[in-house]
Design a protein around this ligand. Sequence first.
Ligand code: BGC
Length: 737
Amino acid sequence: MKREDLLALLSDMSLEEKIMQLVQVPGQTYEESAAVTGLADMEKAEKSKYLAGSVLGLHGADKIIAIQKDYMQKHPHHIPLLFMLDVIHGHDTVFPCPLAQGATFDPEISRKAAEVQAKEASADGVQVTFSPMADLVRDARWGRVVESTGEDPYLNGLMAAAMVKGYQGDSIADKDHVAACVKHFAAYGAAEAGRDYNNCELSEHTLRDQYLHGYRRPISEGARLVMTSFNPLNGIPSSGNKWLMRDILRKEMGFNGVLISDWGAIGEMVDWGFAEDLKDAAKLAMDAGVDIDMCADSYSDYLDSLIKEGNVKEELLDEAVLRVLELKNDLGLFEDPYHGASAERYKEVSFSPESRELALDAVRKSLVLLENRNNALPLNSKSIALIGPYVDEKNTQSSWAITCDADKNVTLRTAFEEAFKETDTKIKYSAGCTLLDNDSDLGFTTYHSDTFDEDNDRLLAEALEIANSADTVVLCLGESAFQSGESTSKTRITLPEVQLRLFNEICAKGKKLITLIFTGRPLELNEIADKSDAVLICWRPGTESGHGICDVVTGKVSPQGKLPMSFPWYVGQEPLYYNRFNTGRPKPVEGDTIFTTRYLDCPNEARYPFGYGLTYSDFEISEVVLDKEKLTKSNPDDKITATVKVSNVGDKCATQTVQLYIRDMVGSTVRPIKELKGFKKITLKPGESAEISFAITDDMLKFWTAANIYDSEPGKFSVFVGFDSATENSQEFELLD
Ligand code: BGC
């Protein structure tokens, strides 16, 4: 439809029709016969069903085609309904969770994974996905870190932009693609104390310099929607924050797509004590420029009177409705309201061998090897005991793979059986314990109980017996799928007691011990890391879990993942992130170790820092060589080339991720001790070396200055090149005016 036709359509719509374009209803509206108690309710249910502009949570081509047909017939202007869903790391084929994708340091994998998700979801009737989540996360207590790509704004921006590219392709009208929604704007990851839905207090400087960064790239990439966050930012809930939405998001960042609230977030402004009632909340959200009210009744019930009373201008409404209509039009819904949905096509494209191959590649690249004493890995044993609750656990995805059937995920046992079928290696299997301390249904664990039920005693005895007869134990532990995700904040980021008991009892056997950890967040791993011969972080890997992990553990491929979030020694260090400030008292003064920035009982640094991860080989890196020491700001083409020589001095082919960090030594505001500005992956055979170069440009030196502008400031800089964020391999250079 041409723009003038859209405008004509808009001017022909009734006030009620227009308002309802801004209303998103939950899927049940179309699935269940609404429980109506009277005529008024019945009218409301009908109005929602046949006038609401969009619906959340439905999929299934036949179902969606039937709903759309019925809806369009009844809708006064036959405007198609828009179908939205959270397709986060898989629709049918499950890719590793976003945090694991961060660990790949490979945006191209995320782009391709998003492309597959778009193809599967679109054939299944979905037109918009609520992904990517570009929130910066610094606190492992917050369960939603599993949905982010980690603690670095630069990496987050790259990954989220790649996902948008994959979801949307060249045109969202293409039936293989869907529209993407960047969320949760803004700073949802800064929830106080890591408690979900909590307040966020951030200076404007930190907000702009650190937190907004990750959203910028995916928005510039053309993401068609943005979602507001649940949290207030410095006292103003996002869904009513005019400055954040109109000045920053729309004017500064140039976003001109659809802004949707998070689930019920407009209504929640009442609970926050920011809006008097739903009517007030609706006015605040309209003023802030929120186009769609997700699953609260504020727009549907109160926009009409707000407009008639003159408290919300009809032009504001028209602007928002036009954005929704434009999105529908750009998706091609006026021509094909099903956007290519077809049960046959879904069968054809979903869970294809190519998609599974990509998922396998993603798993292999996302696993992070934390410890590997005496080359305990790759496995080299003729008698293995595979023990732990994850041996047979199929739910290795996150709680956000909502449409994916966990039964299709390849377990570790299946993969090991396949891998060792025609060998003389003996493998025995045992669960060893339950996944959780008690068998409460949702994984709300009872921690630190020291009474274990008989079932667990029996499982433990069985496991110890098979450990006796093996020379290597591969222990498969971890959090459950429901211990990370929304509303899963934790004050203790350890494994369930029942798993720790199993770990300690197995340790006492003195066998070679390889520990695999499934997790959606950084964990405290001290005892496990100290006592295991090797520790591999597996995240929430999805469909190809077993195969990908088995390939790494057996040495078919070397691990190459790098931590996208710091793993602390203790939870008391949280929030913990590598790009912190130096403080005024960074190091103990000789003879006086008291008054420095430190903990009495733990280092300041992470146990495993951002960017860290071992391979099966050993790498060396040369000093950083700069081709010159001065960069001129006034010359936009000027650059300094930083070069290192990287050598594989071990005995295995492996891939290393060479990381470039920069520190601005003096700034008009205090600058972090290091910031990631680039990375390159290199695969080297034993004995091979390669030169890796990075171009340093003025753009990479920019930050939010004290003048509140994004700019660089002349002065001294340090450039670091290494294999993780703790590297001290550096040189200095200067930026001249
Ligand atoms: C979450 C969003 C999600 C939405 C719709 C909310 O509870 O915060 O991330 O997109 O639900 O499912």
